[in-house]
Design a protein around this ligand. Structure first.
Ligand SMILES: Nc1ncnc2c1ncn2[C@@H]1O[C@H](COP(=O)(O)OP(=O)(O)OP(=O)(O)O)[C@@H](O)[C@H]1O
Length: 286
């Protein structure tokens, strides 16, 4: 079996699956995956041609995973995320959430957009978090405000509930954006290269914020990036996709790493191996 033919199903790892998390231990019995992507191929059809974006992707995402899709530009990461969000139906295979096929967008999968500055600037933090709950008619006015306050408290922004977005730092705006999503009680948060446009320092701070928030809330995250370093820092599991059309080339467990690991020998070795895997087989650039 070549690497590109590897079908990946979480732990216990297949032979091609790398694990930089420390000494091997007996694999515990796994619960059912929260999100299952089975043999999923995705295509775009234009009048001139059919573009196959992903080819027979198999991935299992478990509750509270920080699951990263890593791969070169054009390998279909965003397309896969959109399919999980329910915007693009697979041409073959299935996507299930809690065992139920995904047939379209739903409040159980919420996309947190790249531009945290898209928070309506005329709404306070509380109003920003309350708004989607009211707009989707999920809760009455009082219940929505109550839920919003709880979530704002969870993300540590209670002292800023009445502040406006321009009065917050970038990291705090990210917290508001995530709080808006969490208030809807989704099963999975979807993030597509949320930090790609940021300078290196801000990007690091945002990663820090995201990880701190995950420590508090333990939400399930599906996160797209083409940065190896970011994948290792943000993810506890990383699926490496091959170039166009995207196939799962391999999967690694990366929960041993966080921002404090950045300069370490293990981190660098892991990054190097991922880098080699991205470039091996077809020689294309990440
Ligand atoms: N609307 C579209 N119509 C036709 N082809 C598309 C469309 N959107 C994306 N594609 C093609 O599908 C493939 C996968 O694109 P996708 O945006 O999912 O890749 P990606 O891995 O997210 O890339 P990047 O890291 O550059 O964002 C690419 O070949 C792209 O050209």
């Amino acid at each position: 079996m070549t690497l590109s033919e590897t079908s990946v199903r979480a732990v216990p790892p297949e032979p091609e699956t790398a694990d930089w998390s420390g000494p091997a231990m007996a694999a515990p019995a796994l619960p059912d995956p929260l999100l299952r992507i089975s043999g999923v191929s995705l295509e775009y059809r234009t009048p001139a041609r059919v573009v196959r974006a992903t080819h027979r992707i198999n991935l299992d995402v478990y509750e509270a995973d920080r699951f990263v899709l890593l791969g070169p530009s054009g390998c279909g990461k965003s397309t896969l995320l959109k399919a999980v969000a329910g915007f693009i139906p697979p041409v073959e295979g299935d996507i299930t959430l809690d065992g139920v096929p995904v047939r379209g967008p739903g409040p159980d999968r919420i996309v947190v957009f790249q531009e945290f500055d898209q928070l309506p600037p005329w709404k306070t933090v509380l109003q920003n978090v309350t708004f989607p709950l009211r707009a989707s008619r999920r809760l009455g006015r009082r219940e929505a405000a109550e839920r919003a306050r709880q979530v704002i408290d969870t993300v540590g922004l209670t002292p800023f509930a009445d502040s406006y977005p321009h009065q917050l730092s970038g990291g705090m705006k990210q917290r508001v954006a995530i709080a808006r999503a969490l208030a809807m009680q989704p099963r999975v948060l979807l993030m597509d290269e949320p930090f790609a446009a940021l300078d290196a320092l801000t990007r690091r701070r945002m990663q820090e914020e995201l990880l701190a928030l995950w420590e508090e809330v333990r939400f399930t995250l599906l996160f797209v990036t083409h940065s190896i370093e970011e994948a290792l820092v943000v993810g506890n599991r990383v699926a490496l996709l091959s170039p166009h059309p995207g196939r799962v080339r391999s999967e690694i467990n990366s929960h041993a790493f966080d921002l404090t690991s950045l300069g370490s020998r293990d981190f660098q070795a892991a990054a190097l191996r991922l880098h080699e895997r991205l470039f091996e087989a077809d020689g294309s650039a990440a």
